[in-house]
Design a protein around this ligand. Structure first.
Ligand code: GLU
Length: 308
């Protein structure tokens, strides 16, 4: 599998098994358990017999035998690039399922890191054929791209340091205007948290969530907010340093982003994911990745919106 990085916001990572390597402390990543070979995560079937109408995105990709997919590189359980070089996670498996239906093997996927704020742009610019990156479907984004899905529904929540007893949910920020909360630029949680703040200055943003986790660990912020499943992954990787508090307070339906108006490709993705939920590969994609994180439940594929 090939990877490339559109931007390089690599942040220090923590490990399950603390691996401290002299000075400079480089982190190892472990997504759930230590298994990281393809036999554990490879849930995607490769269909060599599919036929597509000439001129469609599917036919073009099938003919090329390769695809470039945007995903996250620092979100344990959904898209995490470890030292092995290959990203792993539920979104990565969903990407492999979509590629597999086009006859494209995992090794012929080029993965590029797509932080939240660049997702629409990389799709518009044709840098990637699709984005699978904890990507909430909403009207503003639909003005620039087309979404296939939802294929999962998350919800926004709050993460704090484990020894924190003061913050029990988003209402804490209005009650104490000195508290700072971190999220990612260009994300829906960064927008949504606004109404819970006493002043906009309480929100600190970075380009990726691993930097928020670092800021929380270093006491530069008091909380991190984003989707529950992203936070659960960060908690699982934190060696007990973090915990999630309060209930989810938004709905974040995840979609696959494709070029605006490519309804055929969108329909292909919807159909492929439906088949994957029927043949067990959707469930396997989950249980081999995000499903390993404590507190997660096996999802049922939601009914997809009409492609537009
Ligand atoms: N699902 C939210 C969003 O798309 C938050 C996760 C993310 O930033 O990737 O904005």
């Amino acid at each position: 599998m090939k990877t490339s990085i559109l931007r390089t916001p690599r942040a220090r990572r923590t490990v399950k098994v603390a691996a401290v390597v002299a000075a400079g402390v480089l982190a190892l990543t472990a997504c759930g358990d230590s298994d990281s070979d393809d036999s554990d995560t490879g849930s995607a079937e490769v269909n060599d017999d599919a036929t597509f109408e000439a001129g469609t995105t599917m036919a073009t990709l099938q003919e090329a035998g390769k695809i470039t997919i945007g995903t996250k590189f620092d979100q344990p359980g959904f898209g995490l690039k470890g030292l092995s070089g290959d990203p792993e996670g539920f979104d990565v498996e969903i990407g492999k399922i979509i590629a597999g239906g086009l006859g494209i093997e995992g090794d012929d996927i080029t993965w590029v890191e797509t932080p939240s704020a660049v997702r629409e742009t990389v799709i518009e610019d044709g840098d990637v054929s699709l984005v699978a990156a904890t990507y909430t479907i909403n009207d503003e984004r639909k003005e620039r791209i087309t979404f296939a899905g939802p294929y999962y529904v998350a919800g926004q929540q709050i993460m704090v340091r484990s020894d924190d007893t003061a913050i029990t949910g988003p209402d804490a920020f209005k009650a104490d205007s000195k508290l700072k909360v971190c999220s990612v630029a260009g994300s829906t949680p960064a927008d949504n948290i606004g109404e819970y703040l006493a002043s906009p200055g309480q929100l600190v943003t970075f380009d990726v969530y691993s930097k928020c986790a670092d800021a929380l660990r270093n006491n530069q912020v008091d909380a991190v907010t984003t989707d529950n499943v992203i936070l659960l992954g960060l908690v699982g990787d934190s060696d007990g340093a973090f915990k999630v508090v309060g209930d989810t307070f938004t709905e974040e339906p995840y979609g696959i982003g494709v070029k605006k108006g490519d309804v055929e490709f969108c329909n292909y993705i919807v159909d492929t994911l439906k088949k994957a939920s029927e043949d067990g590969s959707y469930e396997k994609a989950w249980t081999s990745t995000a499903g390993k994180v404590e507190g997660s439940e096996v999802p049922t594929l939601p009914t997809a919106d009409a492609c537009a």
